[in-house]
Design a protein around this ligand. Structure first.
Ligand SMILES: *Cc1c(COP(=O)(O)O)cnc(C)c1O
Length: 354
């Protein structure tokens, strides 16, 4: 028996607190590997005890934002098996982010097989309660101990795991969002379609201002015309009109969400008129007056689907009943049904640990 097998076989059950706030509890192990250009690439992929990092104060990531990450989840299905939802999409996206930021790509098959081992080892931390899951956070940083703006030659890649409770502790509850033309998130041909730290750092001031007015998220508009709906915080955005479901096209300034892609696929199969097109925010306010806007919702790994009951832009506010819209609820039930193994996975989106 290898040391790894021994660790895997030492299963214990872990008492997780009822109230698991997002990203605060971590499992006892990490996956880790280091990159050194001079030594020929990625070295020593390994599973190790959870530990703090030691970085040189000049480490490139700390100064110039050479950092990318991902977010996906493992679900304990109703029969006890552990499922990942389209994990290869997240690692393909990580590699796209890496290329854009001149960072090294990873071997997706290698990392996925280590991720499975890591989850197996910390299996006792995969919650079995409804709506709970194990959040998976891959991270890559440049560690070169040299000041100076340029691509790195040394990197660290790691994966940490964090058990999380349901996004909606009181059940599937709609949220409020505020659009802004005071700040922009990203511009085409920039890095808006990469999961890289700077995008989020730049969004926080608008987020704080929205929270001050009691809105939970910011709705970003396009950076050129300050007019077209882009996305929300960490979610892609869908508008349900009477004759169409519309979402922003992937023109480079929004994050290409795995959930977004799944929603589009499902809606096509359900015979909805789903359009990836530019939606002017004015169109939403205008057509709301004539009763043509049925629902708004966001899509992303954390919440899966978030129904939106209130939208503000400048002096205009529209409100929907404080109940999730019909389509948002149906999509939420369908997607979580596949993730928790309650509904047949007819798309082949589930990958099992084992
Ligand atoms: C992660 C993220 C999303 C959602 O992507 P998923 O793959 O569906 O989780 C959307 N927008 C932004 C800005 C994000 O960071």
């Amino acid at each position: 028996m290898t040391e790894l097998d021994e660790m895997v076989s030492q299963k214990t059950t872990v008492e997780l607190p009822e109230k698991l706030e997002f990203g605060r509890v971590f499992t006892p192990h990490l996956f880790e590997m280091d990159y050194d250009e001079e030594k020929g690439g990625w070295l020593e992929p390994r599973i190790v005890d959870f530990h703090n990092l030691t970085l040189h104060p000049a480490a490139l990531a700390l100064h110039y934002g050479l950092e990318i990450f991902e977010g996906l989840k493992a679900y304990r299905q109703v029969d006890g098996k552990i499922a990942l939802f389209r994990p290869e999409k997240n690692f393909e996206r990580l590699n796209r982010s890496a290329r854009r930021l001149s960072m090294p790509e990873i071997d997706i098959n290698l990392v996925l097989s280590y991720l499975k081992k890591l989850i197996k080892m910390d299996e006792a931390w995969v919650p079995d309660r409804d709506g709970y899951s194990l959040y998976i956070r891959p991270l890559m940083i440049a560690t070169d101990p040299v000041l100076g703006v340029r691509p790195g030659t040394q990197y660290k890649f790691l994966i940490m795991l964090s058990p999380v409770g349901p996004y909606y502790p009181e059940g599937f509850k709609p949220v409020s969002i505020m659009a802004t033309d005071k700040y922009v998130r990203a511009v085409r041909k920039g890095v808006g379609d990469c999961k890289t730290g700077g995008n989020y750092a730049a969004s926080l001031l608008a987020f704080k201002e929205a929270q001050r007015e009691d809105y939970s998220q910011v709705l970003w508009l396009d950076a050129l015309d300050l007019r077209y709906i882009e996305e929300v915080g960490t979610m892609n955005m869908f508008v349900v009109f009477n004759d169409e479901v519309a979402t922003a096209p992937l023109t480079g300034s929004i994050l290409p969400g795995v959930t977004r892609d799944s929603v589009i696929r499902i809606l096509k199969d359900w015979d909805y008129n789903i359009q990836e097109r530019k939606v002017p925010i004015d169109e939403v306010f205008e057509r709301h007056k004539t009763g043509e806007v049925k629902e708004l919702f966001g899509s992303g790994t954390a919440a899966v689907i978030a129904a939106i009951y209130k939208l503000k832009f400048k002096e205009q506010v529209i409100e929907f009943p404080n109940e999730p819209g019909e389509l948002a609820k149906k999509l939420y039930d369908y997607l979580t049904g596949i993730q928790y193994g309650k509904i047949e996975d007819k798309y082949g989106w589930i990958t099992y640990i084992d």
